[in-house]
Design a protein around this ligand. Structure first.
Ligand SMILES: Cc1cc2nc3c(=O)[nH]c(=O)nc-3n(C[C@H](O)[C@H](O)[C@H](O)COP(=O)(O)OP(=O)(O)OC[C@H]3O[C@@H](n4cnc5c(N)ncnc54)[C@H](O)[C@@H]3O)c2cc1C
Length: 475
């Protein structure tokens, strides 16, 4: 017997975006239904942030063992036991899973339905035997791997982010198609865990990022033995026994590369097929669902958030930010305005690459008259102590000193960027950063030193800057 539910909010998709909306709505006592077709947690939990960062953590330990000698430490057995790495990755997923489980959501008062959802008309969604006629719907169906139309790709096995974390044995030679953040993070992870790795990229690797800073990441990856072939088109894939061969073309010449496994990390497409968007009057295009600045779709009852919307950055924290806006607008009728310019992003390679606001190239493209202030990790005491000397911070300001963007490449860049996110969002200036009293010695002082540098342009000597920095810290 079909059941009909009439909640205030019906969320489609149990990834980070959908769970954030459902959790907040339930916390305010709003009757809420959450529909998930597969497992709770979405990409983040099973095949995205959590397993990839767990794999990178293992890889970092392996690399640290190899480099221990420079600290006078003899690490005798740095052997990688890949099945144990696999167990560590699964354990990280298992540890995070309860926070997004059906049990937790049900305990909060959310009615969870495990079935694919589809709009039947403008006001109704069907999931299994249940019809939901909600006051508001929120589509949070995320994204899936984009599969390039390469002849032969389908003729044998290949991996995407949905299969790579299930590998219980180390790939002998991993060929990665795509040198974006996902492709390069996994390339470094597997290389450090003992695989040979070749990365194939048609465009510029990490092409969304500052070229000067991404070059530092790429140089390190190559130093570690990863082969990166940029500007090549993969024109064919052939599977034979336990091997896979990619044919690449560049400047009219073809070449083949043979490996044991193939990972396709060539971008994402929105998961919006079979959702019945057209019958619901919801505008969409190839890149996702079209939303306005309130994240409302062309059907005024329906919002869309996270990876499934057109033009989004495809990040967990972007999905959470969208969720926050929708909760404010849908539940409290507060005015909201999506501003994607301030969403930071980080590539968790080693060194890490973090960005908030405009890159130097973007600022120049927009015709902003900028000043660029750099400070290398080498000038930081903690970086010296830790042997983390690669990288620098790059602060982009207007000529009047307004901070318009910050790029950090180096150790813990993903943590160091937080101070600058606050600075940009709250319109703080470099004087505010220079006046901060930061604990010493910390890597955060790199940012403060950059600010001091900006404010004292005539004092360019390293030691003069150091002394001014020390005076500000200890004086
Ligand atoms: C390898 C990898 C590493 C990543 N690392 C990072 C990182 O370090 N930092 C970061 O910020 N982001 C990272 N991301 C991106 C991040 O995982 C996504 O941006 C985030 O998961 C998007 O959240 P979402 O809620 O929009 O969608 P998703 O997490 O994709 O969840 C969508 C959910 O909707 C469900 N669904 C889809 N269609 C239907 C339907 N018709 N009915 C019912 N349910 C449906 C799906 O099953 C899924 O559970 C990574 C991604 C990958 C692939």
């Amino acid at each position: 017997m079909p059941e009909t539910l009439k909640p205030d909010i019906c969320v489609i998709g149990g990834g980070p975006g959908g769970i954030s909306v459902a959790t907040a709505a339930a916390a305010f006592g709003v009757p809420t239904v959450l529909i998930e077709r597969h497992k709770m947690g979405g990409d983040r939990l099973d095949s995205g942030c959590v397993p990839s960062k767990a794999l990178l953590a293992a890889a970092r330990r392996a690399e640290a063992t190899r480099n221990a000698k420079m600290f006078g430490v003899e690490a005798r057995d740095g052997r990688v036991n890949f099945p144990d790495v696999h167990r560590h990755v699964r354990a990280a997923i298992a540890a995070v899973a309860p926070s997004v489980s059906v049990e937790r959501m049900t305990g909060l008062g959310v009615r969870v339905i495990n079935a694919p959802a589809k709009f039947k008309d403008r006001n109704t969604v069907v999931a299994g035997d249940t019809e939901i006629r909600a006051r508001r719907f929120v589509i949070a169906t995320g994204s899936e791997p984009a599969l390039p139309a390469i002849p032969g790709l389908d003729s044998g096995p290949y991996l995407t982010n949905e299969g790579i974390f299930s590998l219980a044995d180390r790939p002998e030679h991993l060929i990665v198609i795509g040198a974006g953040p996902t492709g390069l993070e996994l390339a470094q992870g597997f290389r450090r865990l003992g695989s040979s790795v070749t990365v194939l990229e048609a465009a510029r690797p990490l092409d969304r990022d500052d070229a000067e800073c991404s070059a530092i990441v790429l140089a390190q990856l190559e130093r570690e033995g990863i082969v990166i072939r940029a500007g090549v088109n993969v024109v064919g894939v052939a599977h034979a026994g336990r091997t896979v061969t990619a044919t690449i073309e560049s400047g009219g010449a073809e070449q083949t590369i043979t490996g044991s496994h193939l990972l396709v990390a060539a971008g994402r497409i929105p998961s919006i097929a079979n959702l019945g968007l057209d019958v619901a009057g919801i505008r969409h295009e190839w890149s996702g669902i079209v939303v306005n600045r309130k994240l409302k779709t062309s059907n005024r009852r329906v919002y869309a958030i996270g990876d499934c919307i057109a033009g989004t950055l495809g990040l967990t924290h972007a999905a959470n930010y969208h969720a926050d806006l929708v909760v404010r607008n849908a539940l409290f009728r507060l005015p909201v305005r999506l501003n994607s310019d301030r969403i930071p992003w980080v590539t968790f390679t080693d060194p890490e690459l973090a960005q908030v606001g405009l890159t130097e190239a973007q600022a120049r493209q927009q015709g902003i008259k900028i000043r660029v202030t750099r400070l290398p990790y080498q000038e930081n005491d903690r970086a010296q102590a830790e042997g983390e000397l690669r990288g620098h911070i790059k602060v982009i300001t207007t000529r009047k000193g307004k901070i318009v963007g910050v790029t950090i490449v180096g150790a813990q860049a993903g943590e160091l960027i937080s101070m600058w996110i606050l600075a940009i969002v709250r319109n703080l200036g470099l004087r505010d950063i220079a006046d901060l009293i930061l604990p010493a010695p910390t890597l955060s002082e790199i940012g403060k030193r950059a600010a001091i540098d900006y404010l004292t342009p005539s004092l360019t000597g390293v030691w003069v800057r150091r002394i001014i920095g020390w005076m500000r810290i200890f004086g």
